[in-house]
Design a protein around this ligand. Sequence first.
Ligand SMILES: Cc1cc2nc3c(=O)[nH]c(=O)nc-3n(C[C@H](O)[C@H](O)[C@H](O)COP(=O)(O)OP(=O)(O)OC[C@H]3O[C@@H](n4cnc5c(N)ncnc54)[C@H](O)[C@@H]3O)c2cc1C
Length: 342
Amino acid sequence: MSEFDVIVIGGGPGGLSCAAILGASGAKVLVLERKKQIGRKVCAGGITWEGLIQRIPERLIERTFTEQLIFSNWQKIRLRRKNPIIATVNRESLGQWMAEQAIRAGAQVRTGCSAREINDRSVTCTDERGNTFTARFDHLIGADGSTSAVRRFLNIPTRRIGVGMNYQVQGRYESMEWHLNTRLFKNGYGWIFPHQESLSIGAYRPQSGIPPVRFKKSLVTWAETRGFRLENVQPQAELINFDYRGFQFDNKWLIGDAAGLASGLTGEGIYPAIVSGEAVARKIIDPAYPAVEIGSLAAKQTKHLKIVDLSGGNTALCTLLMETLLFLLRLRLINFQKQLAM
Ligand SMILES: Cc1cc2nc3c(=O)[nH]c(=O)nc-3n(C[C@H](O)[C@H](O)[C@H](O)COP(=O)(O)OP(=O)(O)OC[C@H]3O[C@@H](n4cnc5c(N)ncnc54)[C@H](O)[C@@H]3O)c2cc1C
């Protein structure tokens, strides 16, 4: 049986950032990723100035936006800043780059490998050919996203989870838009995030259990008001976990969506995944490392959850809150970059 200092389940941004730091420290690290190729993920690919824009190579950035258009039922505002407020990345390119960093640092990355059975000190996996193998670990990292098997193994419930649906459409579009349409998305929103040769049109709602047909209908109806006909395009949807309950459980750790560190308000999760992955790696290397970054993420998330909870009641109250939020943004009494990004 192969033995590793650390096994990371999940080759998303959280798992790969964690593996890169652990690998560079000389630890023997194995990343298990069930998809054949690293990087593909249902996502709008939005990253923020305060978050990732300044941390990744410029060539990975598809478009940058110094301007954001935000619509509510009754208002429209245009936010402008000197620096890009949000940029878009292609998740596949970001993932490939992060995998290269992890491998260069010494981590082993196995794709097409699904972790099937977790035990206290070992993981059993199945590879693409259906072969099964078991590997032992000193530390296990659950970087396996919003439906994490490691989280289930640890018996940690997930009660707060949202859903995002995305249509990737070919074409060019100039503005980056957020639509706080409470009639269709309640306390969620619809977005248009332009990429280089395509655009992500989607919606997020901070509740699961919404019938997919209804969610899709709301999204298609709204997109039509922006001039996009989506009936013949295939959407993709995934859950976004924002039920954070800790990151260390003896020799098992949770990061990113598996830990529930995404924002319940916006669904932003790439940056929290990377930051928590790096912090956990540093804590494994040096148990005295305080990992305050995760505390900051959790504190930001709690602020976002207050808005989600306040606006989650009846639609009239939700509309009032969204209109107030926009009004405060218009008056610059809320800083979009500082308060709404993770
Ligand atoms: C529609 C939509 C739009 C979004 N848009 C944005 C956005 O614009 N900006 C933003 O910051 N965030 C966005 N997010 C959220 C973001 O995608 C996630 O928060 C982020 O990917 C979390 O990273 P992660 O590494 O924790 O998990 P993931 O990226 O989910 O990676 C987990 C990995 O684990 C693998 N895995 C799972 N189970 C196993 C197993 N048993 N064995 C092996 N591998 C396994 C999966 O295949 C996956 O590759 C969006 C989400 C959705 C659904």
